[in-house]
Design a protein around this ligand. Structure first.
Ligand code: AMP
Ligand code: ZN
Length: 115
């Protein structure tokens, strides 16, 4: 399948990965629009928000919450999902944009406690 984010997940394409487990990967957006601009993706390929099962979306939301707590930016982050070509979606592998202007995560890997 010709999916850029699946290639990153399979390590066939480079990315600044800051966290991964068997279900999710977090890497830096290569065209950042904030001091911290991360993309949170399920490892399983679902093209859009509307294709993604609710339990998978709930897990992605949980990851975002843990990430905000880990970075201590509970008071300053934004999450965005673009859905469909006219919603600004360019990469058709569901992802949440996680942005913050109050911290710069740098390139370090992080550890998140997830079930
Ligand atoms: P969207 O418009 O929601 O589909 O967002 C796609 C995002 O992925 C954009 O912000 C791009 O800058 C980013 N992006 C695309 N390809 C890569 C890549 N290979 N590595 C990191 N970020 C990427
Ligand atoms: Zn994919």
């Amino acid at each position: 399948m010709d999916c850029m984010f699946c290639k990153i997940i399979n390590k066939d394409s480079p990315a600044k990965i800051i966290f991964e487990n068997d279900r999710v990967i977090i890497f830096k957006d290569y065209r950042p629009q904030a001091d911290t601009h991360l993309l949170i993706c399920p490892k399983k390929h679902y093209p859009t928000f509307l294709d993604t099962p609710p339990d998978e979306l709930a897990y992605l939301h949980k990851v975002c919450g843990k990430l905000a707590e880990y970075l201590k930016i509970e008071n300053g982050f934004r999450m965005t999902i673009n859905n469909g070509p006219q919603g600004g979606q360019i990469v058709f592998h569901i992802h949440i944009h996680f942005l913050s202007w109050i911290c710069d995560i740098g390139d370090k890997k992080i550890e998140l406690e997830l079930d």
